[in-house]
Ligand binder design. Structure first.
Ligand SMILES: Cc1cc2nc3c(=O)[nH]c(=O)nc-3n(C[C@H](O)[C@H](O)[C@H](O)COP(=O)(O)OP(=O)(O)OC[C@H]3O[C@@H](n4cnc5c(N)ncnc54)[C@H](O)[C@@H]3O)c2cc1C
Length: 405
């Protein structure tokens, strides 16, 4: 391949892989680099929103995803103080607007694997694993990166553009001196998983948010490795205790007993503890370098928006890069990517996920009641119900972004 004749992508998580697939489908040579030897199978995002399913349909993924995931039209807010269901939202009301009036619950690594299976058959799609991007420089014609191999040696690669899809700690973002303002929540989040059927036990849906002033939780069902059905539970660790304590069986079983006391002790299939941030990069483009996904914005997982909005970034950008690559537009079009995606990341994903967390943890009893009343009133009014669902399923975000010149 001649010098420069490709687009480089740092990071082959969901956003890098899908962006690479979208570019390769347009006949654009693309080189992806990822530090890891394989797609990591730890429990991360698990929800594909209607807006994302619609986009992934264009690149041949949705029909496969539908055979592997769990369709979940209804999600529930519950009050753990009274164990009452506060409100149930039904994405089915969007059936006139989207062919996918539900979210699809499917583990992140399966989504990445499905994208990879389609992409690897395309000419020009080149993925190189165990390759860590360690430095990046750009000039008027292209971008040059140094990539470190497992034996410590480095090789250089050049492309016309580089997309940084290298996650929250993005070397791409740091190398370009792009600030990442925002904040980190004081509590850590722990994800645990088991096989107990919470829907059969107490009327939970496949996606549930359980509010409590001291210890809220979120609960959702994913297919599991054998399609046997796995229930993931997300607890905030409202404590200064060490990671080791919070990850212990004892600590986890105590949270289960507090929040979901149906049949403890539960088996613990999986556990993962992590810090959660709300941050948006100060720019998504600097010259020939662009940021997408967690490299550009991070948020708490309540509502299932982070990976989805990252995939939306990647597809928006890949479509524009296609036009620039084919000479149909000059590369000022890439500034439009920043104008469309950055402000809407703040207005929708940041605002909604912060609000979702506040709904779950509200300690002031009056404010808590008001918020619950608002959720009930939203479901009862067909127009408000539909507007709310368009917002939280990111349909409204995509429409607003696309309308920005
Ligand atoms: C522990 C954890 C749990 C999460 N849980 C949830 C959840 O429950 N629900 C939810 O909605 N979201 C969750 N998220 C967020 C969600 O996983 C992300 O929004 C999503 O993964 C973003 O995709 P991405 O491709 O932008 O970044 P990532 O998935 O982070 O992928 C980045 C990729 O870049 C690679 N990389 C990094 N640096 C380099 C480098 N220098 N060179 C080459 N490759 C590099 C990494 O190996 C990785 O494969 C979680 C995230 C984490 C970290």
């Amino acid at each position: 391949m001649p010098d420069n004749e490709c687009i480089l992508i740092s990071g082959a998580g969901p956003v890098g892989m899908i962006t690479g697939l979208y570019l390769a489908r347009q006949g654009i040579p693309v080189k992806l680099f990822d530090t890891l030897a394989d797609i990591p199978a730890d429990h991360r995002a698990a929800t594909l929103q209607p807006s994302t399913l619609q986009m992934l349909d264009e690149i041949g993924m949705t029909s496969v995803l539908l055979t592997r995931g769990i369709k979940s039209p209804i999600f529930q807010y519950r009050d753990r103080l009274s164990n009452e269901i506060v409100a149930e939202f039904d994405l089915g009301v969007l059936k006139g607007e989207t062919p996918y009036p539900f979210v699809l619950q499917i583990e992140q690594h399966k989504t990445v694997g499905i994208a990879y299976d389609i992409a690897r058959k395309l000419d020009g799609f080149d993925i190189q694993r165990e390759r860590e991007v360690v430095s990046i420089s750009q000039d008027g014609d292209g971008v040059e990166i140094s990539v470190r191999l497992p034996d410590g040696t480095e090789e250089q690669h050049r492309g016309r553009y580089l997309i940084g899809c290298d996650g929250g700690r993005s070397i791409t973002r740091k190398s370009q001196g792009i600030d990442f303002p925002g904040f980190t929540w004081k509590e850590r989040f722990i994800i645990v998983a088991n096989h107990f059927d919470f829907a059969a036990a107490d009327g939970y849906r496949f996606r549930n948010y359980v509010a409590h002033p001291a210890q809220w939780c979120a609960l959702m069902k994913v297919p599991g490795e054998e399609d046997e059905g796995v229930w993931r539970c997300l607890f905030p660790a409202m404590t200064d205790e060490s990671d080791e304590t919070v990850m212990s069986d004892e600590w986890i079983q105590a949270r289960y007993e507090e929040c979901l006391p149906y049949d403890p002790p539960y088996e613990i299939l999986h556990r993962n503890l992590y810090s959660v941030h709300q941050r948006v990069a100060e720019r998504f483009r600097l010259g020939r370098v662009m940021l997408a996904g967690d490299a550009a914005h991070v948020n708490n997982p309540i509502g299932g928006m982070g990976m989805n909005s990252g995939i939306h970034d990647g597809i928006n950008l890949a479509e524009k890069l296609g036009r620039v690559w084919r000479g149909e537009a000059d590369d000022t079009l890439l500034d439009r990517y920043d104008r469309q995606r950055r402000p809407t990341a703040k207005r929708y994903v940041q605002a909604e996920t912060i609000r979702n967390k506040q709904t779950l943890e509200e300690a002031d009893l009056k404010a808590r009641q008001e918020r619950f009343d608002e959720l009930r009133a939203t479901v009862e009014d067909p127009q408000k119900h539909s507007e709310y669902l368009r917002r939280v399923s990111l349909i409204a975000m995509v429409e607003e972004a696309n309308s920005i010149e």
